[in-house]
Design a binder for this molecule. Structure first.
Ligand SMILES: Cc1cc2nc3c(=O)[nH]c(=O)nc-3n(C[C@H](O)[C@H](O)[C@H](O)COP(=O)(O)OP(=O)(O)OC[C@H]3O[C@@H](n4cnc5c(N)ncnc54)[C@H](O)[C@@H]3O)c2cc1C
Length: 537
């Protein structure tokens, strides 16, 4: 049963002040737009300023019989946005807790609150000789929220959960703990040795709704003396299989230390322009002839990848040579870019901007610079336009992009495969026809999050303003998750508006998960239903 809205408002306002609570049902739709075909709206939103506030809110929620859905910045676009798992929850927005508590330059780590954004940390690190790992979700996305979902970025620290060394967590009964050695009185090593002694709990608080993280220590990457981005365009569709076989050994032996991202042509085209409804004469998905023409016009090949080479001069030189050797015989164009080359190219482009060639070069650099920046942990808005591919609304130019607010339809589906040509072939045979059958374009990236696996991130982009498209997108999502899981490739991350598709099972693993949830949060105060089959007890 939901509490009386006035009691709820009063109780929360006592903790955070009236300016930081909103329980007006009439405002929820505007505050919680979604990229999913439909989404739960919360009972309200509360914005704490400290872990003490969070503890008090959790206690009050337990007493009022209401649940809380925590968000760090709520930019979980394509995975449920800021929307809760049920319409009986209050969103606990941790955005005000945005202090960078400490940056240690010698030991290369930062202690941050959940509301710290990628842009904020990047700026704080600018002059410090340290890089953090950035995702493609732009400067406004959080770091903590992304780690809670075991999201990944683009640098050598891209498998982000592996760079966490200690969390502060508020539990459903209002108590607090620090993981690892952070909980040992007088310990000097919580931030540098993640494992502590005894069970290693950090991972347990990700993808679980077992607690609310109010502080996290993340390791930073010392800026290497030398860096080069390797950008490669693969001209033959069928070479993708050989490419995987050739890149895997370089990930395994750490010649390529970062998460190598491979994208198909449609993923790149969708980042560079909107869906050409006129040229396609209203047809969807993109007709094959038009796809070929767009490849030519935009200089896009069937597959491309970006990788980063870090180290001293000799290490980067050796890695370049090894990568070149590995790709020998493939019909591809490999280039290496570094800051010096980019600056030189930009100077030439500026001087020749009055010529078509100069304008084209400027355009290419506008795309290349953010992609190279990401390999050095620089967040950018440049990747967000891809979310607008099938939308018919204009992309806003006078404010930060926000796909949910701008009415974009986007759903990510991310199964994981062993990094072999055989598995990739099987996966493509299964997944691509599902997109076609539902009228969507098969946008795909393949990321070596670990050296042995590929996260196959597929994007369903659709026009959310068309009821028919919403139905098709939902059906496509369900079918993709089901067929890939059946083939042995389950998704790595759940969608908050479709948790039934996240692979939560009934086996021994999920029984233990449920027992832990029962012990820590018997009344299901924290995000009921999020990675928790059955939701309310
Ligand atoms: C164009 C585009 C590119 C993208 N690129 C990437 C990418 O490269 N990598 C990637 O991983 N994602 C990517 N995303 C997806 C998504 O936008 C990001 O994962 C984003 O970081 C999530 O938003 P957030 O950080 O604000 O997290 P939030 O929305 O705040 O939270 C995400 C989830 O974590 C839980 N949570 C948040 N904070 C806490 C807390 N303190 N305690 C307990 N639970 C918490 C929430 O309940 C929620 O379920 C992309 C999206 C778009 C549209």
């Amino acid at each position: 049963m939901s509490p009386n809205p006035r009691d709820l408002h009063e109780r929360l306002a006592e903790i955070v002040g009236p300016d930081h609570v909103d329980t007006d049902p009439g405002r929820m739709a505007d505050l919680f737009p979604s990229t999913y075909p439909e989404a739960h709206l919360p009972l309200g939103i509360v914005r704490p300023d400290s872990a003490d506030d969070v503890a008090a809110i959790v206690t009050a929620a337990g007493e009022l019989g209401v649940s809380l859905y925590p968000i760090s910045r709520g930019r979980n676009w394509g995975y449920g946005d800021a929307c809760p798992t049920s319409d009986k929850a209050v969103v606990l927005d941790l955005g005000r807790m945005n202090r960078i508590r400490h940056i240690d330059e010698d030991l290369a780590y930062a202690v941050i609150e959940p509301g710290v954004t990628q842009g904020q940390l990047a700026q704080a690190l600018e002059e410090r000789g340290l890089w953090f790992d950035s995702t493609g979700a732009g400067p406004e996305a959080s770091i903590v929220g992304n780690v809670m979902e075991r999201g990944f970025g683009h640098t050598a620290y891209g498998d982000r959960i592996r760079t966490v060394s200690g969390m502060e967590v508020v539990l459903a009964d209002g108590s607090r703990l620090r993981t690892g050695f952070g909980d040992v009185k007088g310990s000097a090593v919580g931030a540098v040795f993640p494992y502590g002694i005894g069970p290693y709990l950090d991972g347990m608080f990700t993808q679980s709704a077992f607690g609310i993280v109010t502080e996290m220590t993340i390791w930073l990457m010392p800026k290497p003396t030398h860096f080069a981005a390797a950008i490669c365009q693969v001209r033959r569709d069928e070479d993708i299989f050989e490419l995987i076989e050739r890149l895997r050994p370089l990930r395994l032996d750490e010649t390529l230390r970062n998460i190598v991202h491979i994208g198909n042509d449609l993923r790149l085209i969708s980042g560079a322009m909107r869906y050409p409804y006129d040229r396609a004469e209203g047809q969807t998905p993109l007709p094959e002839g038009l796809r070929q023409s767009l490849r030519q016009e935009l200089g896009v090949t069937p597959w491309s990848f970006s990788a980063a080479l870090y180290g001293d001069a000799a290490q980067v030189r050796a890695a370049k040579a090894k990568l070149k050797r590995a790709l020998r015989g493939l019909d591809c164009r490999l280039i290496f870019l570094d800051d010096r080359k980019l600056a030189l190219a930009r100077a030439v482009a500026r001087m020749t901007a009055f010529l078509p060639l100069g304008r084209a070069l400027n355009q290419k650099l506008d795309q290349a610079e953010p992609a190279v920046g990401l390999l050095k942990g620089k967040p950018s808005e440049a990747f967000l336009p891809g979310a607008y591919w099938r939308s018919r609304r204009p992309v806003p130019v006078d404010r930060a992009l926000n796909p949910a607010q701008d009415g974009c339809g986007i759903i990510w589906v991310g199964p994981v495969l062993p990094a072999t040509a055989r598995d990739l072939e099987k996966f493509l045979d299964i997944a691509e026809p599902v997109f076609r059958a539902h009228g969507f374009d098969f946008l795909l990236t393949l990321s070596f999050v670990t050296a042995r696996s590929l996260s196959a991130i597929m994007t369903i982009t659709y026009d959310r303003e068309e009821a028919g498209e919403r139905d098709k997108a939902r059906a496509c999502h369900r079918e993709l998750v089901e067929v890939t899981a059946r083939a042995g490739y389950p998704v790595y991350r759940g969608h908050s508006q479709a948790m039934d598709l996240s692979g939560i099972g009934t086996g021994a693993f999920w029984t233990v998960v449920r027992r832990i949830k029962d012990a820590l949060d018997p009344n299901r105060v924290i995000a009921p239903g999020r990675y928790d089959k059955g939701g309310m007890p």
